[in-house]
Write a protein that binds this ligand. Structure first.
Ligand code: MG
Ligand code: MG
Ligand code: MG
Length: 307
């Protein structure tokens, strides 16, 4: 009986945590010979805490070093985002909805990537496809993961499949989807009482292109003014975080989910920002109407503009 940890990315978001829980549960049902343990690569954020507490689902165990362990990765496939020690672990599977990154394995694995709005969509689809019954709790947290990652279906990453799977999950969960979505999102959008470092690290992702390292964090708010009042403090901290990770560019996406726009703050390589967004930065900022998705609207143009 092998022990396999199912784990999402560092700075875990709701999709990463819920996908680990739900996929570990799913694997445990279709493979009774092995033990599948949901795990997390960092502290959970306030949104995830709200979701797990509301449905009485335990927080996955913290894995700080994966060396020598058996892993299934969910919701990421970049070395910069993976749990420490993963380079000395055995990766059995990857289930993800991001661009194909730089993780390499020594043996063949199951790699399931789909361009949908959340990993939760993919995991829920596995349950439906294999006719594995979903508990009300599991259906509810999977629905939360979809609503979180797609910003209640407003993000351009949203697909028809996300909406269909959400409807199917809600036949079990029995929630008011729109209202539930706002409850989930507003559990995270409170920035009061968080230090600049906590804001940055709560959803920070690292990327690399030909040795050029950059980081992009995203904070979702329902109004701009509270964060704007702290812009200097946040930029200063962003600079320190970027420097500590050897990054040439560090980006802070302040995304307004009501307004459906992003104020992109940055420190470092201004030329890349100018080239990526075809806008002249003012005070380390470019305003991006309609931009809500890091992986679809911010990382690809930056990636393209480098080099
Ligand atoms: Mg994620
Ligand atoms: Mg995701
Ligand atoms: Mg996300």
């Amino acid at each position: 009986m092998a022990k396999v940890y199912v784990i999402g990315h560092k700075s875990p978001d709701t999709d990463s945590i819920v996908s680990a829980i739900a996929y570990a549960n799913f694997k445990g049902k279709i493979d009774v010979d092995d033990e599948y343990i949901p795990a997390r690569a960092g502290e959970i954020n306030s949104e995830t805490k709200y979701v797990l507490e509301r449905f009485n689902v335990p927080v996955p165990e913290l894995l700080t070093n994966a060396e020598g362990k058996n892993l299934i990765l969910v919701d990421h496939n970049e070395m910069g985002q993976v749990v420490d020690g993963a380079d000395k672990a055995r990766i059995f599977e990857i289930i993800d909805h991001h661009k194909i990154g730089d993780i390499q394995t020594s043996a063949p694995i199951l790699f399931h990537a789909e361009p949908v709005g959340s990993t939760g969509t993919i995991v829920a689809d596995f349950y439906f496809y294999h006719k594995i019954p979903l508990s009300k709790e599991m259906a509810s947290i999977l629905l939360a993961a979809i609503l979180s990652d797609t910003v209640i279906f407003k993000s351009p990453t949203t697909t028809e499949k996300d909406k269909q799977i959400a409807e199917k999950l809600n036949e079990i969960a029995g929630l008011d989807i729109e209202k539930f979505g706002m409850e989930v999102k507003s559990a995270k959008s409170d920035i009061k009482g968080k230090t600049a470092n906590e804001l940055i690290m709560s959803d920070f992702k690292e990327f690399e292109k030909d040795g050029y390292k950059y980081g992009v964090c995203q904070v979702e708010v329902v109004r701009y003014d509270e964060a704007e009042a702290r812009k200097d403090e946040i930029l200063k901290e962003l600079e320190a975080v970027g420097a500590s990770k050897g990054e040439r560019l560090a980006v802070f996406m302040l995304t307004n989910i009501i307004d459906e726009s992003t104020k992109l703050w940055f420190v470092g390589d201004e030329e890349v920002i100018r080239k990526a967004f075809k806008k002249e930065p003012v005070n380390n900022e470019v305003f991006l109407p309609g931009v809500m998705s890091r992986k679809l609207q911010v990382v690809p143009p930056i990636h393209e503009a480098i080099g």
